[in-house]
Design a protein around this ligand. Structure first.
Ligand code: FE2
Length: 423
């Protein structure tokens, strides 16, 4: 007797009509016409059952703070950093905790059960660190939260960032962060990358840096990041986030860079909603898109995932934390409209994100935790097209969120017609 069976599911590998059995919080069977009974059965009716969405780059500490103390009217990265600096002295641990918790609720309802969040460590009080460590603990049964010690104002440029970063790691922050392009000079940026990778190697931690988040084609800190990754044997454990300068780099240089990134098994994270919004702001026309070279990185064998980065904060006043919205923007900005390319964009918010985070228990496989999402869509492409509701969200076999299916009823003078936008 199983606890749960999802019947007639479509899977991301293209199989259809598959039953998924769950026992003791884990997946017990994945096969057609599963000959078993369960305490609860759900007929998926040919809808896609996917492992949960993964947000590989986010900022829980600033989420949902939009308009405080003012709105970002220019829409630029630098005005966003300025507004965040103005807000920081006024916020409290409880304020950060409450906003981050609310964001987690939104994420779970949208089927996202893992978030890597950067946490600003440049405030000497480390309120955000304490708040997000508490949120991580409160929510651990429902969503995996990985925290990155992020020196927003520069590791070498901000007076106490070195001390604060060490303290944040000591309190339990998981990953070493950085922002080399925001240091005073290119040389300082390279120094910061080297220092931070050494810290990670000494402590056995992963690295995830905001790296080259600019339109400057000569911002090449990702090169140093790859080299330091190799030097310290951190292969596969280091992530370059944003990498937007790559959009503007010389093609010959990029051909060398890809080989270095591949050698280091570097993970790349693009943040399509934010990159398309914040980059190209100094351009007249044509305006650069500013997202890193997602298609080409994938073709070079480099793991690429997508992050939401911001929801209703000083940098981005929109969003509801829907990773399908992120993937939808990514495929448009990246010209990834081929069928396999669209599936790669879906993977960028699922399996590739799990690889970036190093989640070992991720995926729909027998023996793994029964973490899964039923979408009101038949496959990945339809999911990207419709960004549909998440009908059921399961964590270790427990249903932790549901949303009713959406349809519209038309009365056009004859018999009523109901549509759900499927073919
Ligand atoms: Fe970010």
């Amino acid at each position: 007797m199983l606890d749960l069976i999802l019947r007639r599911a479509n899977l991301t590998d293209g199989r259809t009509g598959i039953d998924i059995g769950v026992a003791d919080g884990r997946i017990a069977a994945i096969e057609p016409a599963l000959a078993a009974e369960a305490g609860r059965e759900i007929d998926a009716t040919g809808r896609l059952v996917t492992p949960p969405f993964v947000d590989s780059h986010f900022h829980l500490d600033s989420a949902l703070s939009v308009g405080r103390p003012r709105f970002n009217e220019s829409g630029t990265l630098l005005e966003g950093i300025k507004i965040w600096g103005e807000l920081k002295p006024a916020i409290t641990t409880k304020d950060i905790y409450d906003r981050a918790l609310k964001l987690c609720h939104w994420a779970i309802a949208k089927g996202t059960l893992a978030i890597r969040s950067h946490v600003d460590i440049c405030d000497d009080r480390l309120l955000a660190v304490d708040a997000l460590l508490a949120v991580r603990e409160t929510m651990k049964s429902f969503i995996d939260i990985q925290l990155v010690a992020f020196p927003q104002d520069g590791y070498l440029r901000s007076p106490n960032a070195k001390k604060n970063l060490a303290e944040a790691l000591a309190r339990g922050v998981d990953v070493v962060g950085g922002i080399p392009h925001f240091e005073r000079t290119m040389a300082d940026g390279a120094l910061a990358v080297a220092d931070l990778c050494r810290i990670a190697a000494d402590r056995g931690l992963m690295v995830d840096m905001h790296c080259d988040e600019s339109d400057d084609p000569l911002s090449r800190h990702v090169e140093t990041l790859a080299a330091e990754t190799v030097r310290h044997g951190l292969h596969g454990r280091v992530t370059g986030s944003h990498l937007t300068s790559m959009h503007s780099m010389d093609n010959y240089y990029v051909s060398k860079l890809f080989a270095l990134m591949r050698e280091a098994k570097l993970n790349a994270v693009a943040n399509p909603l934010i990159n398309i919004t914040l980059q190209g702001r100094h351009d007249t026309y044509p305006k650069r898109r500013g997202m890193t070279r997602v298609k080409e990185l994938l073709n070079a064998g480099i793991n690429v995932s997508f992050g939401h980065d911001c929801v209703m904060d000083p940098w981005y006043g929109l969003g509801s934390h829907d990773m399908l919205e992120v993937a939808h923007m990514g495929l448009h900005v990246g010209h990834m409209t081929g069928r396999d390319e669209m599936r790669a964009c879906f993977a960028a918010v699922t399996t590739a994100g799990a690889k970036t985070l190093g989640l070992s228990d991720y995926g729909l496989e027998v023996g793994k935790p029964a973490n899964m999402v039923v979408l009101q869509a038949a496959d990945q492409v339809e999911a990207l097209r419709l960004r549909p509701v998440r009908l059921h969200v399961f964590r270790s076999g427990h249903e932790i969120a549901t949303t009713p299916a959406v349809s519209a009823t038309l009365d056009l003078g004859g018999a009523e017609t109901t549509i759900d936008f499927s073919l």
